[in-house]
Ligand binder design. Structure first.
Ligand code: HSE
Length: 336
């Protein structure tokens, strides 16, 4: 399977590390032999080799194509040109998320589909804003789009709602889908200040490049748009959602909730009627109240199966890289 990696940040490197560490078992157990034919960045250059770049050398380059020590073609005007003119089976779009203006990332996705390459993305912007358009283009082109990494990282909530529960009616799904805010709320409950907790979340790599998107609820809101599209085929806009983040919650609020046997959680909800993001005081008996740190969770309320909950890691380079690997393997099973 020939793969182009568009974006060479921590998530892309997380995937490469998994491909490196698991190379033998993926080959032996699933006949999966990935070749990374290209790696592209916005401002630090592009690498291409039709026979595949060396994964150890890419890992050693730590996100900087200029530090890749082996032979490669480097002479491309842009990632877009690379996608349009070189061959690959799959494009993985992992450029930084920009929720307000995902035009560049969306153009990468459109170019992948138009050139009949399967698309996997961890980028929330294009899926949140252009799901219907991308899906219909992919259908006409006969290619797959997978986006497990966009919500709850490698904890498979998209596959669960979209595929495994496709025979059930999902009445509603409620979740903790932002690791940064859950980490901050958990640390504040242990007495840490908001500022120190946010700084830790940034150092641990959970927060977005601009953490305002996390703490004001916009990252969770983008995930709500993705879940509405994935579970209910409903394309909504951020302006359709009611969104409140955690910046209005004080240390005193947290202490008061604690004294009453409750916990603040930033809850994202989706149903066929729409979605919302808001902080809620949950009793400790609520399973979502027990989810701490950067852990994410989602509870589906369904017709046939009642409630089904999924709890797991929702942020981090390796964890998000794992979602990309899961999507690669799903495409590999279907097509190779
Ligand atoms: N900033 C996000 C979070 C990363 O904290 O959950 C994963 O999408």
């Amino acid at each position: 399977m020939k793969i182009m990696l568009i974006g060479f940040g921590l998530v892309g490197q997380g995937l490469l590390q998994l491909l490196h560490d698991k190379a033998e078992s993926l080959q032996a157990e699933q006949g999966f032999t990935p070749k990374i034919v290209a790696v592209a960045t916005g401002s630090r250059g592009i690498l291409y080799h039709p026979d595949g770049l060396s994964i150890p050398a890419l890992l050693a380059a730590k996100g900087n194509p200029a530090a890749y020590k082996l032979d490669a073609e480097r002479d491309f005007a842009s990632a877009l040109e690379l996608i349009q003119c070189k061959e690959a089976d799959v494009v993985i779009e992992v450029t930084p998320t920009n929720l307000e203006n995902p035009a560049k990332a969306t153009a990468h996705c459109q170019a992948a589909i138009a050139s009949k390459k399967h698309l996997i993305t961890a980028n929330k912007g294009p899926i949140a804003k252009h799901y219907n358009e991308l899906m219909s283009a992919a259908k006409s082109a006969g290619v797959e789009i997978r986006f497990e990494a966009t919500v709850m990282a490698g904890t498979p909530c998209i596959a669960m709602g979209r595929e495994l529960l496709s025979g059930a009616k999902i009445h509603e799904a409620r979740g903790i889908v932002n690791g940064t805010t859950n980490y901050i709320l958990t640390q504040m409950e242990s007495g840490l200040s908001y500022e120190s907790a946010l700084k830790q979340a940034q150092e641990l790599g959970y927060a977005e490049t601009d953490p305002t998107a996390d703490v004001e609820g916009w990252d969770a809101a983008a995930k709500v748009l993705i879940l509405l599209a994935a579970f209910f085929g409903k394309q909504a806009q951020l302006s359709d959602l009611s969104v409140t983040g955690i910046t209005g919650i004080s240390q005193a609020d947290i202490e008061n909730a604690k004294a009453a046997g409750e916990r603040y959680k930033l809850i994202a909800s989706v149903s066929p009627e729409g979605g919302s993001v808001k902080p809620m005081r949950l009793p400790l008996s609520d399973p979502l109240a027990q989810v701490s740190g950067a852990t994410n969770a989602i509870s589906f309320n369904t017709d046939v199966m009642g409630n089904i909950s999924l709890i797991g890691k929702g942020a981090g380079a390796g964890e998000t890289g794992f979602a990309l690997l899961a999507d690669l393997l799903t495409i590999h099973r279907k097509l190779f």
